[in-house]
Design a protein around this ligand. Structure first.
Ligand code: GLC
Length: 424
């Protein structure tokens, strides 16, 4: 018995030593928010300790559009200084020539994830990324303030506008001059494509481009949706919102200075964090508010992030192993409880520890099934150009530089110019 134990320990020691000798250094980019980045580092370092490899983290800019810019530069230089990359759900088509096919490494484990995400990450038969977290736009509100004014969570944008104004005015009168009705992402970047798409789709105005690649944005419902949102600027929303990404909106809301906030579920963990002034006072609406008109609906944009390996890595095997570790069920569970990061493994939406930490996950699961994808698959490598055209057009309407109708008309021509022909 004693002998056996010694042999085993010897093998372990030998294994560790050889792993050390063979260890490689990987550079990884992970985590858009500060907290997320720290957590990523912790998990990746755990993997490094287990496998005898060393991790270096690349600090990322906060906005998805800036992260894409950085990656494109590094890929254009064929840089081997980046091994594992966190990529947005709308990028597989854009980065298809820069990412490694993970199929030879996964042993089929991708089957445990949402099939739509796996399909999204598969381009020309290659699995370019493993699902890491999924996202859908959600509306947060101040439960305590709505109760104080006898208001219910709104079901339409018109109701949200009225409730936001009433509560904001009341709170300003009561002494909080900084109070705002509604904060959201309206900077000219990818986040505005998400919020803008939600407004347009909620009015039955389509998804900018349809599944066949036809530009559909030039329609009266889309124009109406953008005009409605423009009406919020300087009334229920601060003009500064025109420069807000996710974290700026969360800052205002978490400081107790907004009634409603459009954001992604990650904000749940933070607004209920120990250092939050509104801990326990926040509600999450089931679905987004509806628009107006016969096709109106509540529309949540589909978001999410994936883990991929750069084609220029010198260590494909280790990098793929790290991706599989990061996206594993155990790690996703841990992240979901600590960060309200939405798992990409359907089974985890029934996990009682996760549901206890995120009580709205049952509803979110339903929302995820009907969330609206941005037109990334159909536009492929051109997606970012199309998205930039849309977010700029939307930003112009919000800033009062164009009407909804003029803007969607110009945008149609611009998108058709990017396509340059009948197909993408
Ligand atoms: C979230 C979403 C992502 C989206 C981004 C926009 O991170 O998960 O898909 O592109 O927000 O800001």
């Amino acid at each position: 018995m004693k002998m056996q134990k010694m042999v085993w320990m010897g093998a372990l020691a030998f294994g560790a030593a050889s792993a050390q000798a063979a260890g490689v250094t990987l550079t990884m980019s992970c985590g858009a928010s500060e907290q997320d980045a720290q957590y990523c580092k912790k998990i990746a370092t755990e993997w490094g300790a287990k496998t005898g490899n060393t991790l270096e983290m690349l600090t990322l800019p906060q906005s998805s559009s800036d992260i894409l810019g950085l990656f494109r530069q590094m890929f254009a230089a064929k840089s081997d200084k980046l091994d594992v990359v966190q990529i947005d759900v709308v990028w597989p088509g854009i980065l298809k020539d820069q990412l490694l096919d993970l199929k030879p490494y996964t042993n089929g484990i991708e089957k445990n994830h949402f099939p739509a995400m796996v399909a999204n990450n598969t381009v020309n038969g290659k699995l370019l990324a493993m699902p890491w977290l999924t996202d859908a736009g959600v509306m947060f509100y101040r439960k305590d303030l709505l109760a104080k004014y006898g208001e219910k969570p709104p079901t339409t944008w018109a109701e949200l506008t009225a409730t936001a104004k009433r509560v904001m005015d009341g709170e300003r009168k009561a002494g909080n001059a900084a109070m705002q009705g509604f904060v959201f992402q309206a900077r000219a970047y990818e986040g505005l494509t998400c919020t803008g798409l939600e407004w347009v789709a909620s009015y039955g105005g389509g998804t900018i481009i349809d599944a066949n690649g036809k530009t559909t944005i030039n329609n009266p419902q889309a124009a109406k949706a953008l005009d409605m949102a423009a009406g919020w600027i300087g009334t229920i929303a601060p003009t500064g919102v025109l420069n807000y990404a996710e974290e700026e909106a969360r800052g205002v809301f978490q400081n107790g200075n907004a009634v409603f906030m459009r954001n992604w579920p990650y904000a749940w963990a933070l607004v209920n964090g120990a250092d939050s002034g509104i801990k326990g006072k926040v509600g999450v609406m089931v679905g987004m508010p509806k628009g107006d008109g016969p096709q109106s609906t509540g529309a949540a944009a589909l978001g999410g992030w994936q883990m991929a390996v750069s084609k220029y890595t010198k260590h494909p095997k280790e990098a793929a192993d790290l991706v599989l570790y990061m996206t594993s069920q155990a790690v996703q569970k841990e992240r979901s409880i600590s960060l309200a990061s939405n798992p990409t493994i359907p089974a985890l939406y029934q996990d009682k520890d996760i549901l206890a930490a995120n009580p709205f996950y049952g509803d979110l699961f339903e929302t995820l099934k009907v969330a609206i994808p941005r037109p990334a698959t159909v536009t492929g490598v051109k997606y970012n150009e199309v998205s930039a055209a849309f977010w700029n057009a939307t930003h112009e309407v919000l800033s009062g530089k164009a009407t909804g109708a003029d803007s969607v008309k110009k945008l149609e021509a611009k998108i058709d110019g990017i396509r340059r022909g009948p197909s993408w």
